[in-house]
Write a protein that binds this ligand. Structure first.
Ligand SMILES: Cc1ncc(COP(=O)(O)O)c(C=O)c1O
Length: 451
């Protein structure tokens, strides 16, 4: 690792959008609770913050939005208009992107399934920058390209197997994603590289890795880059000189969630010098891609719920809201804590407050800490969950026959627009197949007789 890297300066970022109490109550009256509210300006601000952080990189720099974090068309359209790239994992995401006016040329496609049919389909739609993660996947890509024609730019997804301090870690040894750098198996970086370089119609583009999500310590990127550079130098000695056109460092940039986390400038300052020196050592002005789902989308959005019941015993007070983990699955899955605030606030209760969702499941308790502002929670007040733009409604479910809530956006002009209509119960019933089967009653109902 380079010695003279700038120290990490952790900052509590301050792009979290402000919404007035009156604004939130009047939207609650109009659309019901719970509802999600996205701030368009915050989405745009995050793109420019990330672009600025890498302005001193000597090659080209591109931001790629990971659509998996939030595929609401209003969010995709906002990022399309920012002119950034898109990190896609499924052909259905490509459908969404193209319908939102995005282009296939802006896509970097990293499949998990890597089937021939999938590759053929996306290539026919114009995607030509594809990341392979297995030998079988590469063979499928080669066959798909032979069917579709034209050239394809291929990256290899490597697993640098580095230690990562994060909420989710993807770079564990023998992990699910990518191929190792130091193996002699068919499913290894060297074997994939050899095959790509010797296959007509494939243009070797470079390497991709993705270390984790909500990464708390940027130093893992430096370690991964160091391992990648030494792999490239070793592979060049073995296979001869090959170009490196792109290095894609994946996602993982954190959202604050009310805590102090390293800023994107902290991340870039850890690796910029190293990246510039890799560029010099390799003799390549490569394109650097940073993917992001969480950082780009989380802070833009709040979930607004209403307190529907309060129960007290001894030292404890339960506050029940009309949202649940069907709206914010990671609160149950990962015990992920979103910053929470009662609107209008009040003095904090001497009792321990438990924030409970509306679902009949013991897991439906929202993790809270001293950072949450739960004072003054009473029936009728609002409870706002902040920083919920990533991995929230895309993971939503209709558990307990709960229809999809409204999603609203405060646009650049300050107007509130509906960007996803709330589902009504009749629609949910029909969608679940309510009209498809009509069983005959076993006994015909007689007046006064139970059926
Ligand atoms: C390959 C890849 N890139 C980027 C991301 C986005 O990660 P994050 O939302 O932490 O930025 C993911 C998320 O799982 C991913 O798998």
């Amino acid at each position: 690792m380079p010695e003279n890297r700038a120290p990490t300066v952790s900052r509590l970022r301050n792009v979290t959008p402000k919404f007035s109490d009156q604004e939130l109550f009047s939207l609650a009256e109009k659309f019901g609770t719970p509802y999600f509210l996205i701030d368009e300006a915050a989405l745009r601000k995050n793109v420019s913050e990330l672009e600025q952080a890498y302005q001193n990189f000597k090659g080209h720099f591109r931001v790629a939005y990971s659509i998996k974090a939030n595929h609401n068309p209003s969010v995709i359209k906002t990022f399309v208009s920012e002119g950034i790239m898109f990190d896609l994992t499924a052909s259905n995401e490509l459908y969404f992107l193209l319908k939102c006016g995005g282009s296939a040329e802006s896509v970097i496609y990293t499949s998990i399934t890597e089937t021939m049919a999938e590759y053929e389909h996306i290539m026919k739609l114009g995607v030509r920058k594809i990341v392979v993660s297995s030998y079988n996947g590469l063979v499928n890509l080669i066959e798909a390209r032979e069917r579709v024609g034209g050239d394809v730019e291929v990256l290899i997804r490597v697993n640098p197997e580095v230690s990562v301090k994060a909420e989710l870690r993807f770079s564990i040894k023998h992990g699910k994603f990518g191929v190792p750098l130091d193996s002699a198996d068919e499913d290894s970086a060297l074997s994939l590289l050899r095959k790509i370089l010797s296959t007509p119609g494939l243009r070797f583009e470079g390497f991709h890795f993705h270390l984790g999500s909500q990464i708390e310590d940027p130093s893992c990127f430096g370690v991964a880059l160091e391992k990648l550079e030494s792999f490239i130098l070793g592979a060049r000695r073995e296979l001869g000189n090959f170009p490196i056109r792109t290095i894609d460092m994946g996602g993982g940039l954190p959202a604050p969630y009310g805590k102090t986390v390293p800023s994107v400038a902290d991340f870039s300052s850890q690796v910029l010098e190293q990246l510039n020196s890799i560029s010099e050592n390799l003799g390549e002005k490569f394109t650097l891609i940073v993917e992001s789902g969480r950082f780009l989308s989380a802070e833009s959005t709040i979930l607004v719920s209403r307190v529907v019941n309060v129960k007290r015993f001894d030292e404890t007070r339960y506050v029940y809201v009309d949202a649940g983990y069907h709206n914010l699955l990671d609160s149950a899955l990962l015990r992920h804590e979103y910053p929470v605030e009662v609107i209008p606030g009040g003095t904090s209760s001497p009792r321990k407050t438990v924030l409970s969702g509306r679902l009949c499941d013991a897991l439906d308790i929202f993790p809270t800490s001293s950072r949450s502002k739960l004072g003054g929670a009473e029936v009728g007040k609002l409870v706002v969950f902040r920083d919920v733009g990533a991995y929230s409604f895309v993971l939503g479910s209709q558990f307990h026959c709960q229809p999809k809530p409204y999603i609203l956006m405060r646009n650049a002009q300050g107007n509130h627009i509906v960007v996803r209509k709330g589902q009504d119960l009749e629609e949910l019933f029909t969608e679940e197949g309510g009209d498809l089967i009509n069983h005959k009653a076993k006994r015909s109902a007689l007046p006064g007789q139970p059926t």
